[in-house]
Design a protein around this ligand. Structure first.
Ligand code: SF4
Ligand code: SF4
Length: 61
């Protein structure tokens, strides 16, 4: 499952799209959007590199 995004906090920097090995993110109208959430391998790279910490990987049982 792809990381949850706090859209209000996203500044559209594009870092998540750059670091994601799976092409999950695209920037649309200044916000990150999941275009291929099913491709996420939960590597955490986008979460770790977002400058405003608006991404989070949630553990779901
Ligand atoms: S956790 Fe990894 S694979 Fe999933 S969206 Fe973030 S960078 Fe891409
Ligand atoms: S790295 Fe964070 S602030 Fe930058 S576009 Fe992605 S979600 Fe938005």
């Amino acid at each position: 499952m792809a990381p949850k995004i706090d859209v209000d906090s996203c500044v559209g920097c594009g870092t998540c799209a750059e670091v994601c090995p799976q092409g999950v993110w695209e920037i649309q109208d200044g916000k990150a959007v999941q275009v291929k959430p099913e491709e996420c391998i939960e590597c955490g790279a986008c979460v770790d590199n977002c400058p405003v910490q608006c991404l989070s990987l949630e553990i779901t049982e």
